[in-house]
Design a binder for this molecule. Structure first.
Ligand SMILES: [Zn+2]
Length: 117
């Protein structure tokens, strides 16, 4: 990952990136950078690099936030995960489906935060 600093600036307008997201193409994951443009009511987005642990750490350390990756888990979701992946028994078809769905989402996420109320 050479010269990340130079890639932080928008090729369209020169503004610095404020967030990043992961884009998956044919199973490969790439990091795109973005910043919101008030006047255009949309984001400018551009390619950064292949996804790697190192790159994610560097982006976080620069204060950039990953976007579009929020997963909200309910107590019943956690119960589904426990039944299907930990206990391996006593789960319903719905719980099995939900557990697999959650795991799949987590695998595609940049960071997973679980908050229990
Ligand atoms: Zn821009």
């Amino acid at each position: 990952m050479e010269n990340l600093e130079a890639k932080l600036y928008c090729p369209k307008c020169g503004e610095k990136a404020t967030k990043f997201y992961v884009h998956t193409v044919k199973g490969f994951k790439y990091i795109y950078l973005a910043h919101y443009v008030k006047e255009e009511k949309k984001c400018h987005k551009w390619y950064c690099d292949r996804l790697s642990e190192d790159l994610l750490r560097r982006l976080w350390s620069l204060g950039l936030e990953g976007c579009g990756q929020n997963i909200t888990l309910e107590r019943s979701d956690l119960e589904a995960l426990r039944k299907f992946f930990v206990r391996r028994k006593g789960y319903t078809e719905w719980e099995k489906k939900r557990a697999k769905e959650i795991l799949d989402k987590m695998c595609n996420a940049v960071r997973v935060v679980v908050t229990i109320y």
